[in-house]
Design a binder for this molecule. Structure first.
Ligand SMILES: *[C@@H]1O[C@H](CO)[C@@H](O)[C@H](O)[C@H]1NC(C)=O
Ligand SMILES: *[C@@H]1O[C@H](CO)[C@@H](O)[C@H](O)[C@H]1NC(C)=O
Ligand SMILES: *[C@@H]1O[C@H](CO)[C@@H](O)[C@H](O)[C@H]1NC(C)=O
Ligand SMILES: *[C@@H]1O[C@H](CO)[C@@H](O)[C@H](O)[C@H]1NC(C)=O
Ligand SMILES: *[C@@H]1O[C@H](CO)[C@@H](O)[C@H](O)[C@H]1NC(C)=O
Length: 388
């Protein structure tokens, strides 16, 4: 497993560290009368997380965010006013009269809101030690929570989901750049069609996929077989929502996933009591991890030059384009399948067979068959739209 010191991923931040006024007791809750203003912070009970104002490196803008309160290297995991930065030091985080959580600038202009149309008066917002910021009405019922509105980070117990009835998705969205948390072009979510897969999209185009979920791991991510990488679950709640979530098997490790401005999912961790965050895994290690680099029926090997080849029995669909190194339109069969031959020309020939491929992701749009291997093979031979 590759362990790299986390230099490029952690955004160096100028954090306006909290100092105390009068009694030095950190608070974790905001109410309509107890608000925080720059540079104050909320500290979760247990001190794992802080909420407050921060300025990204190479920026003069200020944002309200939640970060791991590690002593020296701090990592922002959630940002409220991503698209409307504060430009001075006069912002506040408070609860409005109608019970919404607000970020306002010095001119009392709302730059971010929890946007509930039915918020309850006298609500309060608490930063939990899981990194979740929850808004509750005065009976204690949660009306809004930050983990349902993720930024670019995926933390334990969060849910990345898709509702198959409404198409509604909860996704991670990348920052534009390390100095700009506004919404970038990449998003990461779950695609529940056929068999659930995790996708990273660049705009609306797929950029990376995990391969299908087999009940334990995403099979295109073989590293998940290590104990260190598992703990994932994909759940169908039977009401139309499919979500993925993970828990930590080892409580002496802090661990989360970040979607970088370049579209790479990075798993980072820190051992309890240590200050250094480290990279445990990355989704994009080479060009071969980019969706569709070699096109349909092409096979990508980052060690080869060129990296793309056609599968055995296939040839480039457009030879000239392919030899120029543009592989996106992929490969086609040299000889049609038997069932296509008999259907079209009545011509017979050699009998089709299967060729075993290893160390490749199964194709996108794969489907389950309950049949055993021999039966599956027979069913596939009989069915012209089954190609592998
Ligand atoms: C709140 O609602 C307004 C209007 O519907 C919308 O423009 C804005 O983006 C929403 N803000 C958030 C933080 O969702
Ligand atoms: C909100 O709190 C104030 C002060 O504690 C109280 O007077 C008021 O009745 C409360 N409003 C609601 C709707 O509970
Ligand atoms: C938990 O992580 C720590 C630090 O890496 C390690 O020393 C320990 O063996 C792990 N415990 C388990 C149960 O895996
Ligand atoms: C590769 O070929 C496709 C299809 O012809 C075309 O749309 C695309 O622009 C080409 N890409 C490059 C980098 O030339
Ligand atoms: C043939 O295969 C396709 C794709 O796998 C499947 O959707 C279809 O139901 C199959 N048809 C029959 C008759 O099994």
């Amino acid at each position: 497993m590759e362990i790299i010191i986390l230099k490029s991923v952690i955004t160096p931040l100028l954090l306006l560290s909290g100092f105390c006024f009068g009694f030095c007791t950190p608070i974790d809750t905001i109410t309509s009368t107890q608000f925080i203003k720059c540079p104050e912070t909320l500290v979760s009970n247990g001190s794992a997380f802080k909420l407050g104002f921060f300025t990204p490196a190479d920026s003069t803008n200020r944002y309200v965010g939640i970060w791991y309160s590690t002593p020296s290297l701090s990592t922002v995991i959630w940002v409220a006013n991503r698209d409307k930065p504060l430009t001075d030091f006069s912002g506040i985080v408070t609860i409005s009269e109608d019970g919404n959580l607000l970020v306002m600038n010095g001119q009392k202009v709302i730059v971010w809101s929890s946007n509930l149309s039915n918020a309850a008066p006298n609500s309060s917002a608490q930063l939990l030690d899981s990194g979740n910021l929850v808004l509750r009405d005065n009976s204690g019922r949660i009306t809004w929570e930050s983990i349902q509105h993720p930024s670019h980070s995926f933390l334990p117990k969060m849910k990345i989901s898709t509702n198959t009835h409404t198409g509604e998705k909860v996704v991670l969205t990348s920052w534009k750049s390390p100095s700009d948390p506004s919404i970038g072009s990449f998003s990461a979510g779950i695609n529940p069609l056929n068999i659930p897969q995790v996708f990273v999209w660049n705009g609306s185009h797929p950029y990376w996929r995990s391969g299908p979920w087999n009940g334990q791991i995403f099979i295109g991510v073989p590293e998940m077989n290590s104990v260190f990488l598992n703990g994932f679950q994909v759940v169908d709640d039977k009401e139309g929502t499919v979500y993925e979530t993970f828990t930590l098997a080892n409580s002496s490790i802090f661990l989360y996933y970040v979607l970088t401005p370049e579209g790479t999912v990075v798993k980072t961790y820190r051992e309890f009591g240590k200050e250094k965050w480290q990279v445990a895994w990355k989704s994009n290690k080479s060009e071969c991890d980019v969706y569709g680099t070699c096109g349909a029926s092409g096979i990508c090997s980052s060690g080869n030059s060129p990296i793309c080849n056609c599968l055995k029995g296939y040839k480039p669909k457009y030879m000239e384009e392919w030899s120029r190194g543009n592989w996106t339109r992929g490969c086609v069969r040299k000889t049609p399948l038997q069932c296509e031959r008999t259907n079209s020309s009545g011509q017979q020939g050699k009998i089709d067979g299967f060729f075993r491929l290893t160390s490749v992701k199964v194709p996108d749009f794969a489907d389950w068959s309950l049949a055993l291997e021999d039966e599956c093979r027979k069913q596939c031979f009989k069915n012209c739209s089954c190609v592998a």
